[in-house]
Design a protein around this ligand. Structure first.
Ligand code: NI
Length: 150
């Protein structure tokens, strides 16, 4: 495994729309593992492929309940709202209040190719929304009400 450099917010690459992954190759599996290692090393709870310079629709999350690796994740339903503090490994030192859906339903593929449907709420729902935003070139600072230096 390897640790990647994390792309920071000034980089235009973070503003691109990432591409669907048509086939789960060994390269994609390696990408997922390296992204997790990179995320853990930086004490993050989520990481999206564009943050390591790869424009593929791939995210990893671990909110303390074990690693989640998702390919082509898509929010298919959302409800409610919640306001919470967010940060981002691509925006070091910044924290902001972001309004998000309270619950989301996400469809995605797992590394073994299986389709999965995740019903998430509260913090897990926030992290899913934050990471999937990255795949569309959106950063939390675009949505945050108050942004503060940490
Ligand atoms: Ni982020």
């Amino acid at each position: 495994m390897a640790v990647y450099n994390i792309v920071e917010k000034e980089d235009e690459l973070l503003r691109e729309r990432s591409k669907n992954v048509p086939k789960i190759t060994t390269n994609v599996l390696k990408l997922l593992d390296n992204m997790l290692e990179t995320m853990y090393k930086s004490n993050g709870v989520g990481l999206a492929a564009p943050q390591v310079g790869v424009l593929k629709r791939v995210i990893v999350i671990d909110i303390g309940e074990g690693p989640v690796k998702l390919i082509n994740p898509e929010i298919v339903a959302s409800s409610g709202s919640q306001l919470g503090a967010e940060g981002c490994l691509s925006c070091p030192g910044l924290i902001g209040e972001v309004k998000r859906a309270k619950r989301v339903t996400v469809k995605a593929q797992l590394p073994n190719g299986e389709e999965t449907t995740i019903e998430a709420e509260d913090y897990f729902a926030v992290v899913l929304q934050h990471e999937i935003d990255h795949l569309d070139g959106i950063l939390f600072i675009d949505k945050a009400k108050r942004i503060q230096a940490q």
